[in-house]
Design a protein around this ligand. Sequence first.
Ligand code: FRU
Length: 539
Amino acid sequence: MVKYFALICLTITLIACKTRQKTTDSGMEFHRPNLHFTPPSMWMNDPNGMVYYEGEYHLFYQHYPKETVWGPMHWGHAVSKDMVHWEHLPIAIFPDSLGLIFSGSAVVDWNNTSKLGQNGKPPLVAIFTQHSMEKEKAGHSNFQYQSLAYSNDNGRSWKMYAGNPIIPNTQKIRDFRDPKVSWDEDSKQWIMVFAAHDHIKIWGSPDLIHWSHLSDFGSQFGAHTGVWECPDLFPIYLESETTKSEVQSASNNQAPIKKWVLLQSLNPGGPNGGSATQYFVGNFDGINFKLDPAFENTVQNGKAQWLDWGKDNYAGVTWSDVPKKDGRRLFIGWMSNWEYATKVPTGNWRSAMTLPRSLHLKQTAAGLRLSSEPVQELEGLRKEKIELEPKTWKGDLELGKSLGAHAAGLELVLDLQLSNQVDAAFSIVLSNDLGENYQIGYRTAKNEFFSDRSKSGKNDFSDQFGTQTHVAQRRINSQHLQLHVFLDVASCELFADGGEIAMTEIYFPSANFNHIKLVSANGQTKLVAGTAYVLKAAR
Ligand code: FRU
């Protein structure tokens, strides 16, 4: 009898432990996202070297394999067929005598301009910053420079180019980093943009190895309250309401209008503090990047246009060599913020990437604007579709435990009409049995979206994490909201106004959120239509 009792007690304890591991912070894997890319273990920051080749999206990333905090940087590596399900590969590029491996990019050298190809196969060429700790410690200013590595086996192994660095830092600029390389069809040359403290440098090359300086951009425009990092300059076709891509507009017999977008990460100085990415729209003539006249006034006198208003989308750039017939400009960012990235309470790894997104340039009443949309490949994660009953309500509209149970892998598409009361507000509220909650919503009084993680669980690791409500200032003034929201274990991504507003925020509840409600404050809200998709985990 005593034996049976002991056995039952042991079984109950084991079950309790297992359940606790899943729902509280005691497990090393707790807070590991279901939908987002994370390193298998240890530290990760910026996405690097994103290139598509032979059916694989490559994602390299800033990685310190020995600790969960920033340290000597390597390039971690993963590949995917859909940017959603990832296969981890061994570390791709290691520090050498020239220094650590900071951020950079990769391209397919289709015409073997570099002569680094083998057996008729184009090489993958990675160009990145090397950072010499020794030089920095010795008080020199030229401790960052651009180097090259190449692969002849689909990125599985990399050789350092013997002539590194390919761009030494002769001007001795302390912040001289993050090269993003691409082939410019019009000027028939490789172009490279990289950050030099408060502006970007544009360089050109016939062969990826020999580079010359073309021009500088930016010290007069945009936000400058921090250092400029991780630029990306790329052409993009202007979309109207009816044309979604170059392919479509060509079939409509309209000449596609090509513009150039420059993404520029800034740290600190984001709209809600810390790290964030601003953008510029203009034209590139093979030498200079010049702002579009219809955009210039929005980035004058310190004003900026933000790619994402949340605190957790930084250092993002776009994939190179996405096939022409696909035509999308595909983006991923680092889902954290330098204000607290090294302190977030995850287990044996730190940081995730944002969901992959496609970028779109649209002509709006206020001029040219860039918008972000989650990629359609994410639809492959949809496991169950739940139509929400249209209704008009006031106060709380419970979506209930059954939906709430999936708050760690849920996609919501909501069409809402707020009342015309001047202080009408709407929010999505996630909560758990410990009384912790996270809210994301919209308030009419200021025509802004907001994200409040002040009671979302663990937030005492940094004063800058949860003390303020973060906001996104809307351009469109309307009581009609069309929202697309992705919820994961530890993050929320909001896309509104066709993606013109994106807001990415992380949080760390002590137990998974398991309850979800829609709240209509100060008047009635009409749920015109709503769909919830329960999502499968991508890992
Ligand atoms: C951006 C950044 C880059 C640099 C890298 C170092 O987050 O500071 O400018 O190359 O991280 O890890």
